[in-house]
Design a binder for this molecule. Structure first.
Ligand SMILES: NC(=O)c1ccc[n+]([C@@H]2O[C@H](COP(=O)([O-])OP(=O)(O)OC[C@H]3O[C@@H](n4cnc5c(N)ncnc54)[C@H](O)[C@@H]3O)[C@@H](O)[C@H]2O)c1
Length: 250
């Protein structure tokens, strides 16, 4: 039987994963661990973090973000991989967005990855190089309707990825992003609940709109993250990899 390690051997690699208690985050932690990596999980909900080591906290705290890579390196004995996966979504047209919606979206989706990348790059270089994978979104590349804060902040994360991918390749640091479309996680399910819909039924309906016949499961995204974190993607820098089941954003 094929194991994760056959696909991408990360034996002994040390990884920091944010949003580790979320739908995609848990799948990323499991995929990295199954491939032999040691993982420090970061989330505000410590009870959902599935890695052995964790550094729970709030990514809207600048000091926490600035020190996370160093703290993770101390826990793990070095740092090779950083996955900026945590994210939030604020829905509705700009005319209904509050200052708090704006601040929180910018803080979690842009400022935290910026701070974590800035602090991690020197540590990755010290270790002889490494990989950063940002979880952006198809909506950061092709904006969907009525989610301007989400689309705008994911576009910024996509752009940061492209910039850092170029700027730090010479240090052996590869920075890439995965851009999912719809994924079956609490993020998408909560949107249906807010609209008074049954998430299971709504997802069955949504599945019809995807050429592959279903929206993504977290593992579909985690496998692409694993690829981008591993030597299998050794020549990729600054790429935005869409993972959409064939469904382009209309
Ligand atoms: N689900 C989708 O359809 C979808 C599509 C495209 C992109 N994405 C992106 O994938 C990533 C993971 O999303 P998910 O679907 O697993 O969502 P999720 O809500 O299940 O997980 C997000 C995690 O981030 C954590 N988080 C949020 N704010 C935080 C903060 N201030 N401090 C610490 N932790 C914080 C949450 O606690 C949660 O565990 C996000 O960046 C999201 O934008 C998701």
């Amino acid at each position: 039987m094929k194991t994760e390690t056959d696909f991408a051997d990360l034996s002994g690699k040390k990884a920091l994963v944010t949003g580790a208690a979320g739908g995609i985050g848990q799948a990323i932690v499991k995929a990295l661990t199954a491939s032999g990596a040691f993982v420090v999980g970061v989330d505000q909900h410590a009870d959902g973090v599935v890695s052995d080591d964790m550094l729970p906290g709030d990514l809207t705290d600048p000091d926490y973000c600035d020190t996370l890579p160093q703290q993770a390196a101390e826990v793990l004995g070095g740092l090779d991989i950083v996955i900026n996966n945590a994210g939030i979504i604020r829905r509705g047209p700009v005319t209904e967005a509050s200052d708090e919606d704006f601040r929180l979206s910018v803080s979690v989706n842009i400022e935290a990855p910026f701070r974590i990348c800035r602090a991690a790059i020197p540590l990755l270089e010290e270790n002889g190089g490494g990989a950063i994978v940002n979880v952006a979104s198809c909506w950061g590349v092709y904006p969907g309707q009525n989610h301007p804060l989400y689309c705008m902040t994911k576009a910024a994360l996509a752009s940061l990825t492209q910039c850092l991918g170029k700027d730090h390749a010479h240090q052996g640091i590869r920075v890439n992003a995965v851009c999912p479309n719809e994924v079956n996680t609490p993020m998408i399910r909560s949107g249906f609940e807010i609209r008074g819909l049954d998430p299971d039924r709504a997802i069955l309906e949504l599945n019809q709109s995807v050429p592959l016949g279903r929206i993504a499961e977290p593992e579909d995204i985690a496998d692409v993250v694993l690829f981008l974190a591993s030597e299998k993607s050794r020549y990729m820098c600054g790429a935005l990899v869409e993972v959409n089941g064939g469904k382009a954003v209309a």
